[in-house]
Ligand binder design. Structure first.
Ligand code: IMP
Ligand code: MG
Length: 173
């Protein structure tokens, strides 16, 4: 079965916004190294493009998590499928995620990074669905606030499909 995808944010819009985020982050972290943590798999495309636009030193690490529970909505009980390569003691952590939805996953992850001794933890999300928030999580850097629609592309999937679209689209089933 194939779905219709309606363009929400074009490739040009996404790329231009990532450039701006990179400039802002480079200014804010002047004189510091960034320990950029990409949450797999969804944030991978965004994290790579963003890292390319940051001019202070960037160290990359990856984490893969899955949320326990049957429903399609995240439960907030997070299982670490692939953990970070390095300890976080004293690091300036920039957590990079594809989208903040209920906020449960990121609430858990940001607390975890602080517990592990990071000097500071900031969040950069490509997309934000504020209407869906259950836990009060605010991104320090947000690409685009979007309406409560299921989106794909730029790393985001629908049943593992469409991650490779170079734009953000809405799935019309
Ligand atoms: P939450 O904020 O803990 O509810 O979960 C966020 C995660 O849910 C994201 O990292 C995505 O993997 C997934 N997600 C939420 N909304 C969408 C969407 O519109 N398209 C694709 N994945 C989504
Ligand atoms: Mg994800």
């Amino acid at each position: 079965m194939s779905e219709q995808i309606e363009v929400l944010l074009s490739e040009e819009e996404v790329d231009a916004r990532i450039r701006q985020l990179g400039e802002q982050i480079s200014k804010d972290y002047a004189g510091k190294d960034i320990y950029l943590i990409c949450i797999l798999k969804g944030a991978s495309f965004f994290a790579c493009e963003l890292a390319k636009r940051i001019t202070v030193p960037v160290f990359l690490d990856f984490m893969s998590v899955s949320s326990y529970g049957k429903s399609s909505e995240s439960s907030g009980v997070v299982k670490i499928v692939k953990d970070l390569d390095e300890p976080l003691q004293g690091k300036h952590v920039l957590l990079v995620e594809d989208i903040v939805d209920t906020g449960r996953t990121l609430d858990y992850l940001m607390k975890l990074m602080k517990d592990r001794g990071a000097e500071d933890v900031k969040l950069c999300a490509l997309l934000d669905k504020p209407d869906r928030r259950v836990v009060d999580v605010r991104a320090d850097y947000t690409g685009f606030p979007i309406p409560d629609e299921f989106v794909v592309g730029y790393g985001l999937d629908y049943a593992q499909k469409y991650r490779n679209l170079p734009y953000i689209g809405i799935v019309k089933v």
